[in-house]
Design a protein around this ligand. Structure first.
Ligand code: ZN
Ligand code: ZN
Ligand code: ZN
Length: 325
């Protein structure tokens, strides 16, 4: 069985089970422990489509105006409206936990905060402006190359492959460096404002930053030289490492959120249910339902939950370490 080589930042546990998505969750504590770049690339980028683009165009001027007026509540409300729609149309762009309503609300709270910092923090804005200048310069080289290429018409007539759009290494690297500085400044501001703590998974700033870098790299990769691709992936810390291991012994649990079967590794305390997105406490015994008798494991942080099979309330108790995450 091929699993990702990763040690959890929260509990130190080593990954034992393969991840179904690019969001790699710890098998022992349910923290978001890593980001799988190869998996992200293989799943591609979902596009939200014209209805979302139209909504974006309609809301953009109102967002700009509210930002100009310093009306943070309106900016937040408009961004929440916009990204609620994006999540609805492209759930695969987000953590598989996004199907859980509570997770979604908290993620939107975190993400709209980061967008406001992106737009309104002058330190970030300065880097954004600098990056846009580097992108303009990169475009310029492409236009020059395009002009040269038009003289190559005879080569095309002779059956040579037309050259695909490819950006030269050096000006691209300037864009990348600017982006890294912009993102680092933004993440610093997000942490400083207390917004990173709103992230609905246990994460580190480095990990969230790496997810952002991955999106940038994925977008540019098709337009870079072979040499630059490898260099970029290494510099961005997106090299993936896997190991072949024997499948570990598994215990059967039942999700208190949706009733799905959960295969958990020995020693697991909290795990993510990838069907309903909830974090489930598996540290204690399962609770038999007073209504139907079916056992299930309590959602982390709850003391009382509805039986996933018959909806009767079950009184559960979670481990003392269980927090709201
Ligand atoms: Zn862990
Ligand atoms: Zn579930
Ligand atoms: Zn029941």
């Amino acid at each position: 069985m091929r699993v990702r080589v990763v040690k959890c930042h929260a509990c130190g546990g080593h990954k034992q089970l393969p991840s179904q998505t690019a969001y790699v969750y710890c098998d022992f504590c349910g923290a978001l422990s890593d980001w799988d770049f190869a998996m992200a690339c293989s799943q591609g980028n979902a596009l939200p489509g014209p209805a979302y683009e139209a909504l974006h165009r309609r809301l953009a001027p109102a967002i700009k105006q509210a930002e100009w007026q310093g009306d943070r509540a309106t900016v937040k409300a408009l961004y929440t409206q916009l990204f609620t729609e994006h999540i609805r149309l492209c759930p695969s762009s987000y953590s598989p936990r996004i199907v859980d309503g509570d997770y979604r609300v908290r993620y939107l709270d975190y993400y709209t905060d980061t967008m406001m910092i992106h737009d309104m923090d002058p330190r970030v804005a300065a880097w954004t402006q600098y990056m846009n200048q580097r992108i303009a310069e990169l475009r310029q080289t492409q236009m020059m190359q395009g002009a040269v290429m038009s003289f190559g018409i005879f080569a095309v007539a002779l059956g040579a492959q037309p050259q695909a759009l490819q950006f030269p290494d050096q000006p691209f690297w300037a864009v990348y460096q600017a982006f890294r500085n912009q993102l680092a400044t933004q993440m610093h501001a997000v942490e400083e404002a207390g917004s990173l703590a709103k992230y609905p998974d246990e994460v580190t700033r480095t990990l969230v930053e790496r997810v952002g870098i991955s999106a940038f790299v994925q977008g540019w990769l098709p337009y870079l030289s072979e040499n630059m691709r490898g260099h970029l992936i290494r510099d961005a810390g997106l090299t993936d490492q896997y190991i072949d291991i024997q499948p570990p012994p598994l215990q059967l649990r039942r999700c208190g959120g949706c009733g799905s079967q959960l295969d958990v590794v020995t020693g697991a305390r909290r795990v993510i249910c990838f069907r309903c997105g909830k974090k489930i406490d598996v540290s204690a015994h399962e609770f038999p339902c007073p209504g139907c008798g079916a056992p299930s494991s309590v959602p982390a942080g709850s003391t009382d939950y509805a039986c996933p099979y018959c909806s009767v309330r079950i009184q559960g108790t979670t481990a003392p370490t269980a927090g709201p995450r």
